[in-house]
Design a protein. Sequence first.
Length: 294
Amino acid sequence: MADQLAETAWAIRYWRPDARLAPYVSGYHDFSIIVPHGKRQLDTFFPGWANIRMTFDAQPWSIKIGRKIFDPVPENALFGPTSHAGYSNAGTGRLVGFGLTPAGWVQFFPNKDLSRFADQIVGLETILPDCANLRHALEAAPDVPAVLDAYLLGRLQPQAPENSQIAHLAAVLGDASILTVQQLSIRVGLTPGQLLRLAKVAFGFTPKLLLRRARFLRALDALETVERGHWKDAAAQAGYWDGSHFLRDCHLFMGQPLGDYLKMPRPINRASRQLRAQVLGAPMQSLHQPDPPA
């Protein structure tokens, strides 16, 4: 079928998890693409929290995150939290997965420091030895959300004492008025040392990088609502003092100038973003809200 296509075809689906999983799982996703023979599909993943993803009947594919290239991506993979955009190079195949909030990471993988997996993609067996069971269940049943709900609900543990701290920190990261680690520490009621530990274990990064990433993603989100060429307005809405600082962050987080990023086709990224907003809520909000809509 792929040989007969002139252009890449794709189907994207999102689902909300069971309400009991809402604090821990940001949403389920199912991407299927068919790429014409001899072609590859290039697209973009925004910086985000951790995801668990499995590919089925898929050609080998790769992702570049910052200066790291993961080639090929494992069939069963943990995508750690990222501080850089991911640039994928894929062929025909299907990808099924779900996003983990910081509280979700601590819930399902207690005593594992998420910073070990920051900006990394590793085989899922590293943290989930029974992942073959989940894979078989997804292969055997077409109802993705039902399979994932059953799997994850069966692994729910009593809430950890620090879950409220994680939720509070996640919410405060969305406040554009919080500009320094000291302000963040006071706002969440933790000492700098406590804040650093919580941030690295549950969020994957230092508080300083989390603040910087949250501000950049707010600006990236705002770019969708301002007129073309008014990127400085988007930067100001996000909390940047000046445009040059935002442009430097664009190089850091996207690995390219703002103008180059805006010119990228990103067809699946754009379609995914629109559908995700309809089903789960605004995509960037999941990066800094305790009860994630995306």
